[in-house]
Design a protein around this ligand. Sequence first.
Ligand code: NAD
Length: 254
Amino acid sequence: MFNLKNKIVLVTGGKQGMGRAHALTLASQGAKVVVTDRTGEGCSVVVDEIISKGGEAVCFKMDVTSKAEIDSVFDEVIKKFGRLDILVNNAGIYNPKPAVEITEEDWDNLIDINLKGQFFCAQRAAKEMIKTGGGRIINIASIASGGMGIGLDGGAHYTASKGGVIGMTEALAIEWAPFGILVNAIAPGAIDTLMSRKVRLTEADMQEFLEQRVPLKRIGRPEEVSAMVVFLASDEASYVTGSTFTVDGGWLAS
Ligand SMILES: NC(=O)c1ccc[n+]([C@@H]2O[C@H](COP(=O)([O-])OP(=O)(O)OC[C@H]3O[C@@H](n4cnc5c(N)ncnc54)[C@H](O)[C@@H]3O)[C@@H](O)[C@H]2O)c1
């Protein structure tokens, strides 16, 4: 089960944190991984790590806010591999600020990366997947997304972007189901990456917070989210589309 042998996967924001973990885990399941990020350097380290473990990967600089850059990287991927089977829309930023201090530039920058970037990567991926009979799109949202999820102090723009990702996932799943493209989202809780360290809490306060709010009483590891990515990318998830999967140690349930 969960065999991704020879599937072509593109991960955005793949040089560190969860993106890096997704790239390594997908490669360990046999996928050929295209690792992309705003800058190219960190990506080549991830690619070297995949290759050193016997996997196959290539890297490209791809800033998800630039549709032109998205198109040129996808052109290269199609030229090299002939197809794209799986997109992991992972790139994102979290720039916490009191709502009254968020500038127009802060708002536009965050929404451009977290929401617009995901849409145009998904759109281009779908254009390729339609030609080959289908594929998988996995959008990384967050439990900080309103609705059934949580609000986030200092995260009005972040929460808006992630709520948008969930709504967009549902709309795209409906529209692209006839083409065999399954679109799902993952909503992680607190996961140990550079991003979660931006939360303005001391280590002791963070631990106390986790113990009070998260039933599993600890922060998540990036690989624990990658396991859900692998499931959604696999043939075993063939009847799953338009859903958002929480990976949060029980936070939302508590
Ligand atoms: N860490 C958490 O607790 C947490 C919780 C819920 C959701 N998330 C989401 O998970 C995803 C991964 O976050 P992470 O925790 O690994 O953070 P991270 O900061 O470690 O990694 C984010 C990656 O996105 C890349 N990126 C930023 N702007 C980009 C752009 N314009 N174009 C291309 N790449 C860009 C960064 O360079 C970085 O490699 C994000 O979408 C984030 O919002 C994180």
